[in-house]
Ligand binder design. Structure first.
Ligand SMILES: *Cc1c(COP(=O)(O)O)cnc(C)c1O
Length: 421
């Protein structure tokens, strides 16, 4: 293959049309970007972020200025009381798990109101995995779930009933790797209102992975008590090299900090090594990076719709996450798409992705990721299980114009297989 960006004229024409069609949505994305950037910059200024905050600590990390300031910056930008932002969170799952174990107690009932939670939470809750591993279930925390209605909306009546006896109502904002809609922050606000009306003590917790800065405000603004996410997705802006966060009500964040470190020590300990600068810089960039990822998602959706494929979400749905699913219809096209994305990546572009038996999946999975940070899905990436409905889930894009090239590359590979068919 010569000249990866020598696209055939018919693809260039389609891409121009897709970009034109996307203009109105791009404008809306820029409005959200402006508002989120203002809030983030404001929180840096208000909390007097200084050069000294960029330097890390070692050992116990007592009095680490940077660590304390990062917590405050996140809390203000997310319009909530407190946050726990640490490089020691190894992933989004770890942040979520820490939050669940932090606030739930034996006998409590946790109710997921968006159907089955993201795959990796299954073992944490105890609906999968081995008895005795120490899941919430092993500790006597009961679990129940309410499915989304057939149109993808929340079953408010069932949620109201469940709230009478629940300790926690759990909402997953992003579609994850399903074909359902993402849940908007306003819908989360409606859940909050509904459940607090019948049980003011119930905790509304949100899995906010892939959601940060996609809308003007976060779930905490709409009354969610607690939320958690990953720093190698939206909130790290493509700069943070690892980490996660929990944010929300002060008393609950405190409990979570006891689970992350020790009871009694909580947030007061934990050295930051050299991570403060990347965490602050990444959070500063995050609204911009997320806007680029959402624009990339909209472009992909417009382009592949023009090519005749069903894309989810469709263009008039309110986006609350950065994911786009494209139903390509067969395994060969999924592999071609991933090959194209990989080939248009800044790192490991020369690698050809192969389907493999990923643990926890009942079919082979193919993935494309050429990222500066291992596994960072705020960078342009794609995943596809080779099974019905033969859809690829695509997300990320550190810069819109580079992601556009990656997506055009994927489209080119798909067109090569389907031209004349
Ligand atoms: C990615 C993700 C998680 C888990 O995050 P990891 O960092 O992969 O552990 C949880 N929930 C949702 C919706 C996600 O997208």
């Amino acid at each position: 293959m010569n000249g990866i960006f020598d696209f055939p004229q018919n693809l260039i024409d389609l891409a121009n049309k897709a970009e034109n069609d996307a203009n109105a949505e791009f404008k809306k994305i820029d409005t959200i970007l402006e508002s989120c950037t203002q809030r983030v910059l404001h929180s840096f200024v208000k909390n007097r972020v200084s050069e000294a905050c960029l330097v890390g600590s070692t050992g116990y990390g007592y009095g680490d200025m940077g660590r304390d300031v990062i917590d405050k910056v996140f809390a203000d930008a997310f319009e909530c009381e407190d946050a726990l932002v640490r490089h020691n969170f190894v992933s989004g799952t770890h942040s979520l798990s820490t939050a669940l174990f932090g606030v739930l107690r034996p006998g409590d009932i946790m109710v997921s109101v968006t159907g089955e939670p993201y795959d990796t939470l299954g073992e944490v809750i105890g609906i999968r995995g081995n008895q005795g591993d120490g899941s919430l279930k092993d500790f006597g925390v009961k679990y129940d779930q309410i499915e989304l209605l057939s149109d993808g909306s929340l079953d408010i009546e069932a949620i109201r009933k469940a709230a009478l006896s629940a300790k926690m109502i759990y909402v997953q904002r992003s579609r994850g790797y399903s074909l359902r809609k993402s849940i908007s922050c306003e819908e989360i606000g409606e859940v909050v209102k509904t459940v607090k009306a019948v049980n003011p003590d119930v905790i509304v917790m949100v899995d906010n992975c892939y959601g940060e800065f996609v809308e003007e405000h976060e779930p905490t603004f709409y009354g969610a008590d607690l939320m958690a996410g990953s720093l190698i997705k939206n909130a790290g802006g493509g700069i943070a090299r690892t980490g996660g966060y929990i944010a929300g009500r002060k008393d609950l964040v405190e409990l979570c900090s006891y689970r992350l470190t020790c009871i009694g020590m909580g947030k007061e300990v934990g050295c930051t090594l050299g991570e403060n600068r990347e965490m602050l810089l990444g959070f500063f960039y995050a609204p911009q990076t997320v806007a680029n990822a959402v624009k990339s998602a909209v472009f992909a959706s417009k382009l592949f719709t023009l090519m005749g494929y069903e894309c989810i979400p469709d263009s008039n749905e309110i986006r609350s996450d950065i994911i786009t699913a494209i139903k390509l219809g067969n395994a060969e096209l999924l592999c071609a798409f991933c090959k194209g994305i990989q080939f248009g990546s800044p790192v490991d572009s020369f690698v050809t992705p192969e389907p493999w038996d990923m643990p926890g999946y009942d079919s082979k999975v193919i993935m494309a990721a050429g990222a500066f940070t291992g596994g960072a899905s705020i960078e342009l990436s794609a995943d596809a299980p080779l099974r019905e409905p033969f859809a690829v889930w695509m997300q990320g894009g550190l810069t819109y114009h580079s992601a556009k090239l990656g997506i055009m590359n994927a489209a080119n590979e798909v067109l090569k297989l389907t031209n004349g068919k």
